[in-house]
Design a protein around this ligand. Structure first.
Ligand SMILES: Cc1ncc(COP(=O)(O)O)c(C=O)c1O
Length: 495
């Protein structure tokens, strides 16, 4: 190599700066490696012994105060920061790793997923695009998902943060397919059509939010009533579509739910598919947690019709037990998917060879350009645990839910508030001022550190809601929930 003549304008300070070793890598790799092993061991130990921890505990004021400091200027030792993590973070996490966690709908994660996350961070791959094996792996996992859901060859898929974004992507694809792709430039305001979407009253709030973000407005989402099992009423849906057409609106989308957030209800997906085909509407399934019931042979037929949907949104971070976050959108028509999101720019030009090969890229199918390697933790989870074992854990959650249903039904002080469709139980302690009493019971259960349910409203009445999503949850936690509810309920209502 020829010695370059140019030397930083002969500025000795700049020369020194350039020559100095100022990377952010460890100075002492051996010490760093030893500390890394400590951190790995601590985390594995935490998961292994998770039952010795409370599911959740209130954050002490002194711990909270330690998160109200100014930005660090000078760095400190990794071991010191890890010690802070062990003292202030680990004990006060949300608790969804714990078998007693049954609030909202949260997965428990696995050690396999945790290790995969570490590997992904080490690779630091950006899955927006380009020609590298992580993108191939995402395509491979998408293919597996396509297979699991019985979608045709050529269907497209994309990892996203969660079902909220996956639903938004589906709304945007359906909107553009209905209005024509020119709408991406003109905006919906330039279009004469007023698009209308349909779903049931049990819909998750992220769907109206998606309508709002997509510029269609949440008022353009018709909330159709449900039957006694909280499934969308198909005849009411037909009537609503007819009424809207007569009023000059343009129906374009039906969102079916596979596992509603409040009760786990599954719409008649086959009936919805038929209706959407007849009415020429996009049929999207929000299967945030319920869609992965496809992996459980005793549950899969409950999702009949999902294989004919235009798109399905779901999460691996719920029943798939993959660490947060790992949402997914599966789309039947790759062209429609791409046309809704692909953009051409000089700095993202594609090539036949070299690193810029491999078009289309994942960024052509969603709003994100920079994207993490979510596919790796899903790939590891599916390969190491297998779909069969995941299916068993999903099935077991539903069996535990039925056990809990039985215990509630045999206990006169408790009232089951909805049919148990899948893995969610809504119930309450019978009391005069029932809403107040049950809200307090839920908080006391959480503060007990034994079990952590959440609450919702069923028919306007407050219910304690237990969503059995965690693969570690067992009969013991079901029993603890019943016993705890009774104990707190009695204490609160004693005269
Ligand atoms: C039915 C349903 N849809 C959508 C969502 C939102 O999913 P995420 O939190 O992954 O965005 C949830 C979350 O629980 C859900 O239960």
């Amino acid at each position: 190599m020829t010695e370059p003549k140019y030397k930083s304008g002969n500025n000795p300070e700049e020369e020194k700066f350039i020559e100095a070793n100022v990377t952010l890598d460890p100075e002492d790799w051996a010490a760093f490696r030893a500390q890394a092993h400590v951190m790995l061991d601590d985390m594995l130990g935490y998961i292994e012994k998770i039952r010795e921890w409370p599911v959740w505990q209130p954050i002490p004021e002194e711990a909270r105060a330690r998160f109200r400091t100014t930005a660090p200027h000078k760095g400190v030792e990794l071991a010191d920061v890890h010690a802070e993590f062990m003292r202030d973070v680990l004990p006060y996490a949300m608790g969804n790793v714990h078998p007693g966690f049954m609030g909202w709908v949260n997965g428990g994660g696995t050690p396999v997923g945790m290790l995969a996350e570490m590997l992904a961070a080490g690779l630091n791959a950006n899955l927006g695009g380009r020609d590298h094996i992580p993108v191939e792996m995402e395509r491979q996992v998408s293919e597996w998902i396509r297979e699991i859901f019985g979608f045709p060859h050529g269907a497209s898929g994309l990892f996203v943060t969660g079902t909220s974004i996956a639903n938004l992507i589906a709304v945007v694809i359906a909107r553009d397919a209905a209005l024509g792709y020119q709408v991406r430039a003109s905006g919906v305001a330039a279009k004469p059509q007023k698009l209308i979407a349909y779903t049931s009253t049990t819909v998750h709030s992220c769907v109206p939010k998606a309508m709002d973000i997509a510029g269609l407005g949440s008022d353009a989402l018709r909330l159709i009533p449900t039957d006694s099992r909280f499934r969308i009423d198909l005849s009411a849906l037909v009537t609503a579509i007819e009424r809207d057409r007569q009023a000059g609106f343009t129906p374009f989308l039906v969102v079916g739910t596979a596992g509603s957030v409040d009760t786990g209800a599954i719409d008649d997906l086959a009936g919805l598919v038929e209706l959407c085909r007849r009415e020429k509407l996009w049929f999207h399934v929000d299967g945030a947690f319920g869609a992965l019931a496809m992996l459980a042979p005793d549950l899969a037929n409950r999702l009949d019709g999902i294989e004919r949907a235009d798109s399905v949104a779901f999460d691996f971070h719920k029943w798939g037990q993959v660490p947060y976050d790992a949402g997914f959108i599966l789309v039947r028509d790759v062209e429609k998917h791409k046309q809704a999101f692909a953009m051409q720019t000089a700095y993202l030009a594609r090539a036949e060879r070299g690193l810029a090969a491999g078009s289309p890229w994942p960024c052509d199918f969603g709003p994100d350009l920079s994207r993490g390697f979510r596919a790796l933790k899903v790939w590891f989870t599916l390969k190491v645990l297998g779909t069969e074992r995941l299916g068993v854990s999903i099935s077991r959650c539903c069996t535990l839910a039925r056990y809990l249903e039985g215990r509630i039904n045999e206990t006169p002080e408790l009232e089951l508030m909805t049919p148990v469709e899948l893995n969610i139980i809504c119930f309450r302690y019978r009391a005069e001022d029932s809403d107040t009493v049950n809200a307090e019971i839920a908080v006391r259960l959480q503060e007990s550190g034994v079990v952590a349910p959440s609450t919702t409203r069923i028919g306007g009445r407050l219910a304690i809601r237990a969503a059995i999503v965690n693969h570690r949850t067992s009969r013991a936690e079901m029993d603890a929930l019943v016993e705890g509810t009774l104990a707190h309920g009695r204490a609160l209502t004693v005269r």
